[in-house]
Design a protein around this ligand. Structure first.
Ligand SMILES: [Zn+2]
Length: 471
């Protein structure tokens, strides 16, 4: 079992996970007021694959990703859609599950809903009111920030630089500008509400996560994660609520950087692929996952058509590696240049694949460094293609690496896809046209194949039909 270390946002230090105990991970999920975008997919993929890696190393992770289904943004979006908010949010929640299912990285161990946690939320707010950390005002309840000394420790901000981002209407109800809402009184234009000691209303966002995290993982747990945009105010406020109620809360704060788009550079058609379902339709699931882990999770990641095409090229290189294996060259069982006459791989070659695999896992154990891990994958693929390591062993090691980062399907590049008779016929005609140097005819046949969903790939064993975009 490797020691797994994560850079903690709160202390700024690398912190080792406790191998003996359960590793509770709470990662903030989306507010389901619209179809999710690629930025929401990043934490989903990062934390899912991180939990997968921990499991493979013998840790006992429990990944919790909540769904925020009570929020003022939902009322606004439901009104715009002309639907009751309950119906609207149910639809958006289903689409969120559908879109994230398509990422193919599995589901979190638990996905609590804010709407099913309201009793616990009301209890924690009551506790905070009783202990003087919160106060009721006009049917709302606010957290008294000055009552919690360490406030600001996560985001390192001075109180005068802090803006809770709450609506102007609440300003007159607050004792201090810095206070933030725990409970909001029912408003006439909101079509749902829950009972509370302060009258009908709904929970505010930050308190939902404090309670869902504790209900799923206990008062203290290993890792709290989410996007770096949540450090302030969301996570700062979660700490204030939970710790002032005597819960030690998360031991490590793990934040992913933002997906960055350049509006000026992005064309109108590229704007659509910012929506996860569109990106999946256009580039396929493997390219989307490969893109999302192409940078270190803590760093911002540039997004656009160019980056996605690069990801497509990388996954295609991996598919081709396994296509060549399937053809037996230079894969298992076939002689390759690195072997002697006997066909036995040299001991040095054996160490090559094993050492790459170990380095791959070491990179993931070191603050989940996926780009460094992926570099090991491509180094090994290159070594295998050049016959510097045993092909069969390399294929096995690469397959294990890809499985760990959610790309295991690339080892079966064309599963379920079999060229029908028409496509094979067209390919043969194209080869004849090419042999006769009738390139116009060859191009025409290539286009017809593309319409049928196929592309011709030239391999050492002659032309091969592969699905045009493997999905
Ligand atoms: Zn949250």
């Amino acid at each position: 079992m490797r020691e797994v270390r994560i850079r903690d946002t709160l202390s700024g230090e690398l912190r080792a996970l406790d191998a003996g105990s359960d590793v509770g991970i709470y990662a903030c999920g989306p507010t389901v007021y619209s179809r999710i975008h690629i930025g929401n997919a990043r934490p989903f993929v990062v934390f899912s694959l991180f939990a997968r890696f921990l499991r493979s190393e013998g840790y006992r992770p429990k990944l919790v990703v909540n769904v925020t289904d009570i929020n003022d943004k939902i009322y606004v979006a439901a009104r715009a859609a002309g639907k009751p908010s309950a119906e609207f949010v149910a639809e958006m929640k289903d689409l969120y599950f559908e879109d994230t299912d398509r990422l193919g990285v599995g589901r979190p161990d638990s996905e609590p809903l804010a709407s099913e946690t309201v009793d616990g939320i009301v209890s924690l707010i009551e506790e905070l009111v009783e202990s003087g950390h919160a106060y009721e005002s006009g049917g709302d309840v606010y957290f008294r920030v000055r009552s919690f000394d360490p406030y600001g420790k996560l985001s390192n901000r001075r109180p005068e630089d802090m803006d809770q981002g709450e609506d102007a209407g609440s300003a007159s109800l607050k004792e201090e500008r810095l206070d933030f809402a725990l409970w909001k009184a029912h408003k006439p234009d909101e079509d749902s509400s829950w009972d509370s000691p302060w009258g009908p209303g709904r929970p505010a966002w930050h308190i939902e996560c404090s309670v869902m995290a504790e209900q799923e993982l206990g008062a203290t747990f290993a890792i709290h994660g989410g996007g770096s945009d949540l450090v302030f105010p969301h996570h700062e406020n979660e700490i204030a609520q939970s710790e002032s109620a005597g819960r030690p809360f998360a031991r490590i704060w793990m934040h992913n950087g933002m997906i960055e788009t350049s509006d000026a550079k992005m064309s109108k058609s590229e704007g659509n692929i910012f929506q996860l379902s569109e990106a999946l339709d256009r580039y396929g699931r493997e390219a989307v996952v490969a893109y999302l882990i192409s940078g270190h999770y803590r760093q911002p990641l540039a997004f656009g058509g160019e980056q996605m095409e690069e990801a497509v090229a990388r996954v295609e290189r991996l598919r081709n590696f396994f296509r060549d294996k399937a053809l037996g060259a230079p894969g298992e069982g076939s002689p390759d240049k690195s072997r002697g006459v006997s066909g036995d791989p040299s001991p040095g070659a054996r160490a090559g694949a094993g050492a790459r695999l170990a380095a791959f896992k070491d990179a993931l154990a070191d603050d989940f460094n996926t780009p460094r891990a992926l570099a090991e994958v491509f180094e090994l693929v290159g070594e295998a293609n050049r016959g510097e390591v045993d092909g069969g062993e390399a294929a096995q090691a690469v397959a294990e690496m890809l499985e760990l980062v959610g790309l295991g399907t690339l080892t079966q590049p064309d599963q379920g896809a079999e060229a029908d008779h028409d496509a094979r016929q067209l390919m043969e005609e194209r080869e004849e046209a090419r042999a006769a140097k009738d390139f116009a005819r060859a191009d025409e046949l290539r286009d017809r194949l593309a319409e049928l969903g196929w592309t011709v790939r030239d391999s050492a064993d002659g032309p091969q039909l592969v699905p045009r975009e493997s999905r």
